[in-house]
Design a protein around this ligand. Structure first.
Ligand SMILES: Nc1ncnc2c1ncn2[C@@H]1O[C@H](COP(=O)(O)OP(=O)(O)OP(=O)(O)O)[C@@H](O)[C@H]1O
Length: 210
């Protein structure tokens, strides 16, 4: 016997988060860089503008401690405001690194002229933008700038499907059935109101006894 048709395709969601920074040398170009980020399909989950102290910069770039360029890197990164962001997209760590281009802006202009560092960077150090280089790095860096952020990975694949099937689809399906019966002129507002009225998780307020 044929399996009954499901009401809706079950979604498969694969999301990865990365930390991006617009560095002090490119802060005046932040509107264009933010547009570039959104045009490339990244969701900006969190965003904050801040001015780091030299101590915070030393902590953030601790892996480079002892290198020749470390003192000037700390002084550059603490020279003005930055924008730190959590970006989300499938394969976001690699994809964002690709869009940045090589570390040196000079080299980026030679080999990756379309990259952000080629367009907005100046030299080997003032290279406009940063991106985490691994999953572990992304977790550490996201925690560094957004300590209150949820740190466990965003649900993906089967885990996300299970969550939606268990917690969202049954109520949503009932709502859609009602929606199809009523066929209102503005279906989105109608379904939003219906969900507010039929949310099984809404707090039950007891009427005061007269
Ligand atoms: N040779 C260098 N001279 C001056 N500054 C440098 C040099 N190499 C790296 N830097 C600075 O230190 C930062 C961190 O260097 P790293 O090798 O981690 O490069 P990256 O991973 O491409 O950059 P980021 O970590 O900022 O995304 C660079 O982005 C750049 O600002």
């Amino acid at each position: 016997m044929e399996a009954p048709a499901t009401f809706m395709e079950q979604p498969a969601i694969f999301v990865e988060r990365t930390l991006a920074i617009i560095k002090p040398d490119a802060i005046d170009q932040s509107a264009a860089i933010l547009r570039f980020i959104e045009d490339h399909g990244f969701a900006i989950l969190q965003q904050r503008r801040l001015h780091m102290t030299p101590e915070q910069c030393s902590d953030f770039y601790a892996e480079h401690y002892g290198k020749m360029f470390f003192p000037s890197l700390v002084s550059f990164m603490s020279s003005g405001p930055i924008i730190a962001m959590v970006l989300a997209k499938e394969n976001s760590i690699l994809e964002w690194r690709d869009l940045l281009g090589p570390t040196s802006s000079h080299r980026a202009r030679e080999t990756h002229p379309e990259s952000l560092r080629a367009i907005y960077g100046t030299d080997d150090q003032r290279n406009a933008v940063h991106g985490s280089d691994s999953q572990k790095g992304a977790e550490r860096e996201i925690r560094f700038f957004f300590p209150d952020a949820v740190v466990e990975p965003i649900s993906s694949g089967d885990q996300a499907t299970d969550y939606l099937v268990k917690n969202v689809m049954p109520v949503l399906t009932n709502g859609f059935v009602e929606l199809c019966k009523v066929k209102p002129e503005d279906p989105l507002t109608w379904i939003a109101d219906w969900l507010m009225a039929n949310n099984p998780n809404k707090p039950q307020v007891q009427e005061p006894v007269a």
